[in-house]
Structure formats: structure tokens, C-alpha cells
Design a protein around this ligand. Sequence first.
Ligand code: GUN
Ligand code: ZN
Length: 445
Amino acid sequence: RRPAMRVLRGPLLSFDADPGDGDSPASGSVRYLEDGALWLDEGRIRAIADYTELAPRLPAGIEVVDYSGKLMMPGFIDTHVHYVQLDIMASYGRQLLDWLNEYTFPEECRFAERAHAESVAEAFLDESLRVGTTTAQVFCTSHPGSVDAFFHAARRRGLRMLAGKVLMDRHAPDGLLDDTLGGLADSERLIADWHGRDRLGYTLTPRFAPTSTHEQLDATGAVLRNAPDLHLQTHLSENLGEIDWVAELFPECEDYLGVYERFGLVGPRSTFAHGIHLTQPMRRRLADAGANIAFCPTSNLFLGSGLFDRQACQEAGLATSLASDVGGGTDLSGLGTLKAAYQVGQLLDQPLTAWQGFYRLTLGNARALHLDEHIGRLREGGEADIVVLDPEATPLLARRTARCRTLAERLFALMMLGDDRAVHATWANGACVHQRDITSQAAAV
Ligand code: GUN
Ligand code: ZN
């Protein structure tokens, strides 16, 4: 099923480079068209231009979708999220290790049942598209069926997604443990079935050092060495109790990162979630390997894990991406993630600009995941994943953005006050995959 040719007309914003951390974006980093047009054809952007310039070139009768007064951007990207934790978001009162044992592991056990995985995968993708996220790097559970369910659902919707089966062979309930090498055999089967199929990619997913034996981590490194185009995702230095436990389990390693290094898991396609409690030499080792840290502000606050020092990473040359980490995170929305990132930045005297924030959610995250040849920008030939924001989505947003004199102010208001209501529509692979229902709102007025 090929989506029809269409033109989306309205204001549009896209980044061509890192805008930096200044109040004004670095020159040449931002593309903004006040009356822009995106010509969508076969899932791609066939042309991007001012509408009046493009209009004479358009075929007669082509549908033009009017987004005047809105703001089109590349679809948002989430570099670290657990689809299987959707239903334990907002579980009270625990920090990481107790939260895993009391809430997370029992919930993940339910994914042994394929029908459960299928229904949660659909709900997760509905919610993601409702908040404008069109690509994510996703943890499933240790059950291979949880991965099949997710990839089937993402493929039916034409989405670009990365996901993987969790590898974990110790320190969790039996219903969640895999067999040391069986877990890798299952991963290889999933890679054969899904990696590179349509817009899907496979991510090797050892949960974190404490839940895999030396043998399993070693075997994971061997798979990665033989297939360097695979991604890898895990957790690193999130919580102080976790760090102590890793030191007990791996006394031969220099530090937490040293465990992953020892088994060959630290490479340019590796994403380490959290990375809050790191030394500067650890950050430099990660940078030298070309890895990235997923900054998960709502999760880091919710689980009381700590304040992530974005500037220290930058000084070490270490790439950071932005992620929700649902269900430790409290918000699937990229806008919600930006709001929390700003609040964390304020506590460290490094407030996130709107330019840097929206760059991170789009091209920055695409680069961190090595997906920038496909997504992250509005550009000719690029894949047509688009979020359409509405700066007047609610009465309050309308009042506040009416006051804004500059685009930077408008973007900042959206990132601090916006939520799913500010996402007017979402397009993926050239088709509209979410349209906000404003009839119920109109009825309430
Ligand atoms: N560390 C190991 N597993 C998890 C998880 O599921 N969520 C978070 N936030 N940290 C983890
Ligand atoms: Zn996580």
C-alpha cells in the first residue's frame, strides 16, 4: 500500500547541523520556512521549498494539506524506551533496584504470553504517534515473542524502529531468565527475521551488567564483532546501589564501564542509558569509542537516580541523546522530555535552549543512532516522518504563544507547556498516522 502523493503546506523547521548552546543557533544550522511546503511521494520527501516556489511544479489536482498556523518538524526520536513497561508507568515509591523487583520484573513476566505482547505493542505505538514520536530504540522483554509482536506492529504501520530481545540469565525471576547461550540463539533468529526488513533494525539488548553472566556478555560481544551494523543498548551507572552491586559482581573490572569494555560491547552503535554517575575519564573512554549516552530526565528524576551533567559529557566529546525511558520515565512525549531536561539543566546551571532541545529530539538523536541518512531532517529524498505541532493547541498555549515575538520564544513555550495536545498530527512513511481529535474539545467549549 503506497501512500498517495500529497503536499503539506505551512511553517516548517528542521536542523541541518548542531545549533550549539548559544541563545542564537549557529549559522546555517536551522532551516525555517514561514510558508513552506513538503511534497510527499512514496514515503519520501520529494521536494521541500517555499510554497509559492513549489506550486508551479506541482501536478494538477494534488491534495494540499493546510497546516498554516502550525509548525512542521521531523518526527521525534526516542533513543531509549521500554514498550513493555507502558502499564507500570507511575509506580510509587521505589528507586531502581527495588522498582525493578517490585514492579518491573513481575510485569515483564506477563510477556511470555504473545497476545499480551501484541496488545501492549499496539497501545505503545498508538501513544508514541500521539506524541509525535516516529522512531524509537526499544527494549522488549527476554521473551522472543515480545520482539516479534513489536516488529509486526511497527511494520504494519510503516515505522522506522530499532528493538531487541532482552538478554538476562541471572538475578531475576525464573519467568524472565533466558538460557545463557539460548538467549543469543534467540537473538540471532530475530536478527535473521527482522534486521533490515523494511524500516526495522535490530539492537542487541543485554539488560545491564548485573543480570547477565560473564558468559552471556562475552557471547553478546562475539555477535556484535561479527555484525558491526547491529546496534547495542544497555544501562550504565544509573543508581549508586546498582554501581556498588556491579563492583561486587565484577571485581576484576576497573569500573562499571570496564565491564562492558571487557566484553567488547562499547562501540559507535552502542547506546548507554542514564550514565549519570561517571568520571571524566569514563566519559572520555565512551567518547573515544563513539558511543552515546541516553539522557533520560523524567526517569532520572522519577527514580531519584540523579542529575545528568550534559555539559561534562560535551566537554569530554561524548555524544548525548534524549530519551523517555518509559516506564521509569513518566512521559512518552518528546516535549515532556525536553521540559524535564530543562529543569535538570537549571539545577546544574546549564539551561537547555529550545534550539538545542529540538535539535536533540530530531537530527541529534538520529545522528546518535546513525540513522541520519534516513530520518531526523526535512530534506529532499529523506523519509517522510513529520510531526505537526500546534502552538495554539490549548487556550493557555494560545495566550502564551500570542505573546511570543520570536521563533525561539515560541519553541521554548512549546517545550515547557506542550504535551500530547500540542501534537496536531503525525505522519510516518508519507502517511498520516495520527490526527488529534479536536471534536471532543470543541464539544466541551
Ligand atoms: N536497569 C536495568 N533494567 C532497567 C530498566 O528496566 N529500567 C531502568 N530505568 N533501568 C534499568
Ligand atoms: Zn531503561
